[in-house]
Write a new protein. Structure first.
Ligand SMILES: Cc1ncc(COP(=O)(O)O)c(C=O)c1O
Length: 452
């Protein structure tokens, strides 16, 4: 049973700001010094140049001691809140005991692997551990090639799988990723609930039509060498974009018939974020390959590649490990995170939070002229702002203004142009979630009251 006690916030004093303006002077000074040397940071920072110094539970504290509700979790990372004592203690224990011993066995690594095999749905028994999501994806692609003997891959429009070579080849990308997508890397549209390409008469996505197109594309557009279809179950980076409920259940047999593996990139959606251990469990579909990251170590850089029993030995066919993968601190962080989810009944709580979120935001698209869509699964949500609700033309200026206003009023989200990504920790008490949503609603109302 979830207990909110350790995560409670005195909301009567909220937002707790010590400076007249946020970001305050110390934040601005640190940002200015960082900006002098650190190049290429995100809109998250550009639009709200704070410096954060502390995090506890669902809260973030900046360099001027101003306290915010954190609806960003880094960037969808701290699923269990900041500095959970059990996780921090586990990391600290190994930081003073053993930092790296390549891929030799150690007790903490064995306990993590056994726990993973026990916790994941289905028969995932083969793993490899890494230090970044994109590295897990790259190795997942190599694994798919080893299993199938095929070379090509298909990704979904606006999916994101990382910023290195082949992971970028199946992501929405730009000219700096290379002269073109790497040969043999293709993208196909997904049945997105808000912007479907092919619809039934009631306006919902017509998944069968997508599959018809996929069949034609695989035959005519590829060389028949597709090893895997790589997909985010819910697209995090694109703005918590949720597919039609029948997509994965219909896609899996479609791919099986063609000898193509289903590779679910659960780096963002995995480990409790959407109210189940894997997001794919919502549709009762077992992928062949899965990648894990972000909340897997709750902030410690640890990621994983998981494969089902029938394919596990293929992992030995290519040198699958890397330098930092499976280091004792990483294993301790991931094991402790898994134990916290179980011990504190957080999957159930994430689902309860989804219900509270839905109830609090139910009237918003009717109430606000620029709010086109509100979507949520567990503790992963997105608000999408549009210029016109019929054409659904994105309205990035509004999305950005809402992000900045919410932050200045005490809630930090993740901006993505016209989309406000909301990713509270799954430990969040209901009243803290509601307070955060109150602040966001105020930010939307204020933005709409201003001239465009
Ligand atoms: C679904 C997904 N895959 C892969 C990645 C890449 O992870 P990393 O930034 O750790 O390389 C991300 C990061 O946002 C992601 O959301």
């Amino acid at each position: 049973m979830y207990d909110p006690t350790p995560y409670q916030v005195d909301l009567t004093r909220f937002p707790e700001f010590r400076t007249a303006e946020v970001p305050g002077p110390r934040s601005r000074e640190l940002h200015r010094r960082m900006e002098r040397h650190l190049k290429g940071f995100s809109d998250h920072v550009r639009l709200f140049p704070a410096a954060f110094e502390k995090g506890y539970g669902c809260l973030l504290e900046d360099a001027d001691e101003n306290v915010y509700i954190d609806f960003s979790g880094g960037v969808h990372v701290t699923t269990l809140g900041h500095c959970h004592p059990k996780i921090s203690e586990a990391i600290a224990r190994y930081a003073s005991r053993l930092m790296n011993a390549h891929d030799f066995a150690s007790e903490i690594k064995v306990r993590l692997l056994e726990k993973l095999a026990q916790t994941l749905p289905g028969d995932f028994t083969g793993f490899q551990l890494y230090d970044a999501g994109t590295v897990a994806v790259e190795n997942g692609l190599r694994l798919a090639r080893a299993i199938t003997g095929r070379q090509e891959f298909v990704g979904g429009f606006t999916d994101f799988h990382g910023k290195t070579g082949h992971a970028a080849g199946i992501s929405r990308t730009n000219i700096y990723s290379g002269p073109s997508r790497a040969p043999g890397f293709y993208m196909l549209p997904r049945p997105d609930l808000y912007r479907p390409w092919w619809t039934r008469s009631d306006g919902t996505p017509d998944t069968e039509k997508y599959l018809e197109y996929y069949a034609a594309f695989l035959k005519e557009g590829t060389t028949g060498q597709v090893a895997a279809f790589v997909l985010e179950p819910i697209q995090g980076w694109a703005g918590s974009v949720i597919p039609a409920d029948d997509f994965f259940p219909k896609l899996k047999p479609f791919l099986e018939k063609r000898g193509i593996l289903l590779f679910a990139d659960e780096i963002l959606t995995g480990f409790g974020r959407t109210g189940s251990m894997l997001c794919m469990e919502h549709w009762d579909v077992l992928p062949d390959i899965v990648t894990l990251g972000k909340g897997f170590g709750n902030g410690f850089p640890v990621t994983a590649l998981a494969v089902r029993r029938e394919y596990e030995d293929f992992m030995g066919r290519f040198s699958a490990g890397n330098t930092y993968g499976g280091n004792p601190m990483a294993c301790a962080a991931a094991l402790a995170s898994m134990e916290v989810i179980e011990e504190e009944s957080l999957l159930e709580h994430a689902r309860d939070i989804e219900a509270v979120f839905r109830k609090r935001t139910a009237a918003w698209t009717g109430r606000y002229r620029t709010l086109g869509d509100v979507r949520v699964k567990g503790c992963l949500a997105g608000l999408e702002f549009v210029k016109d609700k019929t054409t659904k033309e994105p309205f990035p200026e509004v999305g950005e203004r809402v992000y900045m206003k919410a932050a200045r009023n005490g809630v930090v989200c993740i901006p993505a142009g016209s989309i406000l990504r909301i990713s509270p920790a799954i430990v969040i008490p209901e009243d803290v979630l509601i307070k955060g949503l109150d602040i966001i609603e105020e930010a939307i109302a204020e933005t709409e009251a201003e001239p465009d």
